[in-house]
Each structure stands twice: as structure tokens, then as C-alpha cells.
Design a protein around this ligand. Structure first.
Ligand SMILES: Nc1ncnc2c1ncn2[C@@H]1O[C@H](COP(=O)(O)OP(=O)(O)OP(=O)(O)O)[C@@H](O)[C@H]1O
Length: 306
């Protein structure tokens, strides 16, 4: 993995507000990384630091081998950025807007206009942005960020305002870009949709990085229980299956479905008991901790430690 972004012990203060506190991480070529955290956790500040729009109070930042806040930052043209609240001149058409940004980036206009088709705005390219829906403006923002095949894409809340079908198209698109070698960092509150997509998750809390890794790795660290949902023969009102070990954390979902919280080290034993001959288990679903649950766990842990 070649590092394209290197954040080392970075702090950013706005007066007395510490927006980022001692954050360190590297992003590699072709990585699709989700940056998650509550409002004010420092996500946008980190992106602005990577773009060179603001300077860190402490620590160092390297993007594509250079300091983005340096005057002669050569990598700037290879960065794509979709801000959280994207806004364009309502009087311009989508096509005119994209042509304007292409010229700013010194990229061929015709190539940039092809991006409108890619985000499903080809038919609307001659319409004024004032007539666009929020989802259309968001897609125009994404097309703008993609001008010039950026090596690093920073997307701040990119799926806000997109309907489920467009979200799917959006993720397909960025997965393809990552597969072609782009580094994609996206901030989001939509944890459920990130669960299947992000190869890696960075969790921020009050400016501090509190977790970093693939979802499997975060599951290993958090050691939260896996839910085993079992369909069993109909149970009497207070009955529980006899094969359940004493002390098992178990609840009835309804008269023939029970759910057990299985600690990682007891998962196999419980499965074995459930499927041993003589039990009447008809079906089993294993539900590992969701990203929502992991997120809540790491935030709780960080709050307890502070
Ligand atoms: N220009 C600024 N001047 C003063 N404080 C700022 C400035 N920009 C951000 N902050 C503060 O820094 C902290 C981190 O803000 P940031 O925008 O990075 O959070 P975020 O995680 O992106 O939140 P959101 O999800 O709401 O966008 C917040 O407390 C915010 O109020």
C-alpha cells in the first residue's frame, strides 16, 4: 500500500476550540475510508487541513508527498473535494458550471462534461442549476470533484440528499475509482450504508481519533456479542429452550424465535448446543455487531476514558 495522505500528530485549534487533537493516520492508494463522528467531531477540519485550506496548529500533514498548506503544493490539481454544503451559481447550467471548474483545474472541458453522464445529469446539462433538486446539485458537486481523475478524493457527507438508487450508483462509482487506485475519504452519518462499502473506518470523537480499522478489526477489538437468532419449536409463555446454558443472555423475540447475545469466545459452543441432536432449532441467523453498535461502543469507551 502506497501512502498518499499522512497525518502525524495533528492538532487544530480555533482560539479555545480544539477541533482536532493529536490525530495520526495514513491513507493508502486505492483505499476507501469512512470518517465518522458526531457533529463537531473534527471531520471537516481534517479534510480542510488535507486540502491546505487551513494550517495545523501542531503536527504535520503530507498529501501526495507534499505539504498541502505550502504555497507551491503541486498535488492540488490531483485532489478532488466535495464540500458538505455544495453551492453553485443558480443562473449557470450544469454544463457551464462543470466547464468553469475544468478550466480552473486546467483540464479538458469535453472530458469534464462526460462526467455529467457518469452522475446521471447528461440530460439536465443545459438546465439552470436553479431548477435542480438537492440530489441533482449533490451529483453535480460529485462530478466537479471528479474532474481530472483525482488521486485523492475527499467527500464530505456525499450521500446527503440522494435517494437510495442514487446512493447505490454513487457507491458503485467511488468503489470503481478506488479500484483504479484513487484514495477516497468520505465523511458520513449514514453508518448502515457504509457497513458493506468502507474497507476501513476512522471514528472521531471531539477531535480525537478513537478507532481506526476494517469493520472486522473493529469487531475484534470491541469484542461485542454476536446476536444468534434462532427459530425454535413453539415455546410456552415463559419457556426457554432446555439446551441454553445457565446465565446465557437470551430474550424471546416471539413464541418461536429467540435471540442470544453470544460473546465471541462462546459463539461456537452455543451454536454447537443449538444444533446438537435432540434440539428443535429450525433456522439460525448470526448477526455480528453492526457499525452503529461499534460506533456507540467506541464513543462510550472514549467518553469513559476522558
Ligand atoms: N472556522 C472555525 N472557527 C471556529 N471554530 C470552528 C471553525 N471551524 C470549525 N470549528 C469548530 O471546530 C469543531 C470541529 O468542527 P468540524 O466542522 O471539523 O466538525 P465535523 O465533524 O465536520 O462536524 P459536522 O458533522 O457538523 O460537519 C467544532 O466545534 C466547530 O464548531
Amino acid at each position: 500500500m502506497t501512502g498518499t495522505v499522512r497525518i502525524t500528530d495533528v492538532t487544530k485549534e480555533y482560539g479555545r476550540i480544539k477541533a482536532v487533537r493529536g490525530a495520526s493516520f495514513e491513507l493508502g492508494q486505492g483505499e476507501l475510508v469512512a470518517l465518522i463522528g458526531h457533529n463537531g467531531a473534527g471531520k471537516t477540519t481534517l479534510m480542510k487541513l488535507m486540502l491546505g485550506l487551513i494550517r495545523p496548529t501542531g503536527g504535520s500533514i503530507e498529501v501526495l508527498g507534499d505539504n498541502p498548506a505550502a504555497g507551491e503544493f503541486t498535488g492540488r490539481r490531483q485532489l478532488g473535494y466535495l464540500p458538505e454544503n455544495v453551492s453553485f451559481d443558480a443562473a449557470l447550467t450544469g454544463g457551464e458550471t462543470l466547464a468553469f471548474y475544468a478550466r480552473l483545474k486546467r483540464e479538458p472541458v469535453t472530458k469534464a462534461l462526460e462526467l455529467l453522464d457518469m452522475v446521471g445529469l447528461g440530460a439536465a446539462s443545459r438546465r439552470r442549476i436553479g431548477t435542480y433538486s438537492k440530489g441533482m446539485r449533490q451529483r453535480l458537486g460529485l462530478a466537479q470533484a471528479l474532474i481530472g481523475h483525482p488521486k485523492v478524493l475527499l467527500l464530505d457527507e456525499p450521500t446527503t440528499g440522494l435517494d437510495p438508487e442514487l446512493r447505490q450508483t454513487f457507491y458503485d462509482l467511488i468503489e470503481r475509482l478506488a479500484a483504479q487506485g484513487a484514495t477516497v475519504l468520505l465523511s458520513s452519518h449514514a453508518l448502515t450504508e457504509l457497513e458493506e462499502r468502507a474497507g476501513r473506518v476512522i471514528i472521531m470523537n471531539r477531535g480525537v481519533k478513537v478507532a481506526d480499522g476494517s469493520i472486522d478489526r473493529l469487531r475484534n477489538i470491541a469484542r461485542l456479542p454476536t446476536k444468534l437468532r434462532l427459530k425454535v419449536a413453539p415455546l410456552a409463555p415463559d419457556e426457554m429452550p432446555s439446551w441454553l446454558p445457565a446465565g446465557a443472555l437470551c430474550r424471546r423475540v416471539n413464541g418461536h424465535v429467540i435471540e442470544i447475545d453470544a460473546a465471541p469466545e462462546r459463539k461456537l459452543e452455543l451454536l454447537h448446543r443449538a444444533t446438537a441432536s435432540g434440539t428443535s432449532v429450525e433456522d439460525i441467523d448470526m448477526l455480528p455487531p453492526t457499525l452503529d453498535e461499534l460506533y456507540a461502543h467506541f464513543l462510550r469507551q472514549a467518553e469513559q476514558a476522558s
